[in-house]
Design a protein around this ligand. Structure first.
Ligand code: NI
Length: 484
């Protein structure tokens, strides 16, 4: 009897793995046929079993049996509970890892899925629950396992739910995806985007909105270790709109996340190659955006740096020379965190109205002050108010500096409203854009997490202006965006 049970476990799970591979349009019909046949087989097995049982159990009240069996996984036994009544039939396999916290956590989830624990179970005519588990991977310190819940109510199509964890054996607690990426929101977004992309590649007809609704930062709180190079996540196919029955197993090579997972927790679980990304991003291949902040540094610059850190975003600060002294620490931190510092003149004048000597003085004094505070000399100028003419260009040529304009003006100084500023930046975003903002306004800094979050979800990388262009710019020329 338990042999049959074990075979069914395998059958249910194998539909997971097989269907994770890409399916060609013609093959799609066959897959459906296979799915239907598999479901019929499982159903007939079930009903066969049920009628066999009922012939023996007529006139006997609901029964519960507990048995133990060796699972196919090294040294882990299963506690099988069968529960049968006129209205429902339930089989649940509980793993016995020998680590109390783990067994308890998994049992809690399994119990919450059993009919007796669920509301409305009384008015269900016939209901069957099969709860199985699978050890995905284990080593000395961790164990990855998944629990599959399959429910059939009155001969309708089965519903599947899946729960999975990677437990730390020492603490008995699950390790979260967030811990893997050092709580970086950018790291979580990177996983989410890669998983959605994988679904769209294998199932081109899947609706992006549906996929985006199911694969979210919240739905990837937990992860599986498949081997030391592969991280995995499980999803119900029906909720993704890519099938009527079954679970899809999505796997990512850990090296794809190497930029975010250079920490001891992750290195214990996976072989992490050195970060593929140095501090620069290839904007020929990636969608890049350069956020630029003018008129600082100021009282909100520090907070801005923290926002940027959380999203692994780089930005460019076009600073005003006279503001450097009071906020030199923020400026030093910006340099340490690999942001770019540009020159926005000393007094913020409209340059075309000034003499050549004043223009040069405005720029040179600011370069010196930045160099004195940070050790780095700016190589780019943003003329105040975007004011530029041939006279200014000639001076920039002498100073061997290009002028950096912008392609998106958030008009943050006019509105002082974080939601409006965010929406303007996000709706106008294009690959290669340079976005103009001012970090001397609190509302502008407040808008930054919203901008980073929304655009990162669209696959944008936030880079410095220098990184955006990727090659030296011509002195005296103006640039307002990067075009491939
Ligand atoms: Ni300005």
């Amino acid at each position: 009897m338990f042999h049959k049970m074990e075979r069914m476990d395998t059958q249910i799970y194998s539909s997971v793995e097989n269907n994770a591979t890409p399916i060609k349009p013609r093959g799609f019909i066959y897959t459906w046929l296979c799915l239907i046949i598999t479901s019929l087989l499982i159903c007939s097995l079930w009903y066969g079993q049920q009628s066999q049982k009922s012939s023996h159990t007529t006139h006997i009240p609901p029964s519960t049996t507990h048995t133990y069996t060796l699972s196919s996984h090294s040294a882990i036994r299963s506690r099988i509970i069968r529960n049968q009544s006129a209205s429902h039939q339930m089989i649940a396999a509980y793993p016995q890892t020998g680590i109390a916290n783990i067994d308890k956590a998994v049992a809690t989830i399994i119990d919450s899925n059993t009919p007796s624990q669920q509301a409305h179970s009384n008015d269900i005519a016939t209901r069957s629950n099969t709860i199985t588990y699978r050890i995905i991977h284990q080593d000395d310190t961790t164990i990855s396992l998944a629990v599959f819940v399959r429910t059939t109510i009155h001969r309708t199509l089965p519903t599947n739910t899946v729960h999975y964890w990677t437990f730390d054996k020492m603490s008995g607690q699950p390790i979260t995806s967030s811990a893997l990426v050092d709580t970086s929101i950018a790291g979580i977004n990177e996983i989410v985007i890669a998983l959605r992309k994988q679904v769209q590649q294998h199932y081109p007809h899947a609706e992006p909105v549906k996929v985006a609704g199911v694969i979210t930062p919240e739905s990837i709180t937990n992860f599986l270790v498949h081997d030391r190079k592969t991280i995995g996540f499980l999803f119900d196919k029906r909720s993704l709109g890519i099938g009527v029955d079954g679970i899809i197993s999505l796997k990512l090579p850990i090296k794809q996340l190497s930029h975010f997972v250079q920490n001891p927790t992750t290195k214990k679980l996976f072989d992490i190659p050195p970060s593929a990304l140095s501090s620069t991003t290839d904007c020929v291949r990636h969608r890049c955006i350069a956020l630029t902040f003018d008129d600082g540094p100021g009282p909100y610059t520090q907070t801005l740096l923290e926002h940027l850190d959380r999203y692994h975003a780089k930005a460019t600060f076009f600073v005003v020379g006279r503001n450097i002294a009071p906020y030199s620490i923020a400026l030093q931190q910006a340099v340490q965190r690999k942001h770019q510092i540009g020159n926005h003149t000393w007094n913020h004048p409209l340059l075309p109205k000034r003499d050549e000597a004043v223009i040069r003085q405005e720029i040179e004094s600011t370069n010196s002050a930045v160099a004195a505070a940070t050790g780095v000399t700016p190589t780019m100028v943003r003329p105040p108010y975007g004011g530029i003419n041939d006279k200014v260009r000639a001076q920039l040529q002498l100073l061997t500096m290009p002028a950096i304009m912008w392609s998106i003006d958030t008009r943050d100084w006019a509105d002082h409203d974080a939601a409006i500023v965010c929406s303007r930046a996000v709706t106008n975003a294009t690959p290669g854009a340079i976005i103009l903002m001012h970090d001397i306004h609190k509302t502008s800094v407040d808008a930054v997490p919203c901008i980073l979050d929304a655009l990162q979800k669209q696959g944008y990388a936030f880079v410095t202006v220098k990184n955006l262009f990727g090659h030296p710019l011509s002195a005296g020329e103006s640039y307002s965006q990067y075009k491939q």
